[in-house]
Design a protein around this ligand. Sequence first.
Ligand code: SF4
Ligand code: SF4
Length: 498
Amino acid sequence: MAAAAFTTPTLKSYPVIPLLQVGAMAHSRPYVASALIQKAIGFPAELVDDWQSVAIAKMGELLDKYRSLRVYMDACVHCGACSDKCHYFLGTGDPKNMPVARQDLMRKVYRRYFTLAGKHFPKLVGAVDLTREVLDEWYSYFNQCSECRRCSVFCPYGIDTAEVTMAAHEIMDSVGMGQKYSNEIIGKVHRIGNNLGIPGPALENTLQGLEEDTKEETGVDVRFPLNVKGTEVLLITPSADFFSEPHVESLIGYAKVFHAAGISWTLSSHASEAGNFGLFIGNYEQMRNISLRVREAALELGVKRIIVGECGHAWRVAYSYWNTLIGPFDWLDPRYPVPQHICEFTHDLIQRGALRMDKDANDERIVTFHDSCNVARASRMGSMPGGQFVIPREIIKVVANHFHDMAPETIRDATFCCGGGGGLLTDDLMELRVKGALPRMEALKNVVDDHGVNFMATICAICKAQFTKVLPYYGFDMSMVGGVHQLVSKAIRLGRND
Ligand code: SF4
Ligand code: SF4
């Protein structure tokens, strides 16, 4: 269903608890995947006849497989601590976008079919049958959760609504009610190797073009190698980095870092995508199959290290799941972590004095940093205190003179989602995306007003794409968002005489 016309919320000083607007987002739902898309990735083509029993069986399977899901269904005491922590609730006022209400959509069904009290006295315990109306409500509101995990930070029981949402997606996929955007992208990765469907020859042309552009800019032969065997590093990066602004600026930055440090590297046309939408639909088989391309490419190319580019959920999959899904990586160089984040890599080189930077090159930029959910809340702390909270900020301070953080309650592990994560970065959800960006836009406005910030750096392809689209709705210039390595690219010195 296409998004209806909507009004952009007014920016206020954060935090603002909205007036309740019951049912305000009940109409919001993304397109359902077509039969072709569903079949291509092994899901039923359309809603199956006996969908109710299939869905309940699937829920039982997930409850048995993931003890955490059962705990989440049972443990909530409805304390309300999470209720005002979701950006989609703050941006829309729809009470069903409170994390606890989102969980309750599944919890009520869980009680009906998987608890004694719910089976015998459903009304007493708030249990409901899984009707078509309930399924439609799931489709609407579980597609209004970006799986950002902010709510779980504030839950005294650590209940993770993102996992509930992922389970809901798995159940809906199992009955033939998949979401078009995510499932179409997964199909493209299986067929072509990346989310954007860029075939190998086009990728090769793009990289050649980048070599020419970078030579023109710097006078130096910075290489963008593809499928080169025996290099030290395999770089796995989001396919958005290959051609669209501002993403490509970061890819140029990575290439310059490899060049300046004298470290051989390559991209792979077989694994030309860091993103992994299998995570968003909660499907480990899809996640594994997509991840396998990375293992295959690393073995085929004979590299010694794997580094992941600027992409939030890609990093979460790589960091949290690769070892289980596609490990072990026992042939790689044991001196380096597997995987390694590009920011860890660059930061380490900076620490060792292996890179020369001219921070004045970014002098016109007054920078802030947006912590991307899947890095901030699902990542290693690394060898230094603060880990992924500190590393990108340290890099920025080395490559730019002016840096100001947003309000403390909106950064690090309390960061607000950009509004486009979790498979929601689709134009049919534009109203949700714009409204869900409200808390981040409010925090940004404050730092713009206070310090004249004109550049918001981030290390996630989805954040970059989402902000590029929604910043103008709030009166900001779309070009004020970019990557940390975009700043690195400008500041790094390559030749002897620069
Ligand atoms: S995981 Fe994020 S989007 Fe989902 S309910 Fe929690 S805060 Fe909202
Ligand atoms: S904070 Fe946790 S226990 Fe409290 S209502 Fe939210 S999910 Fe339930």
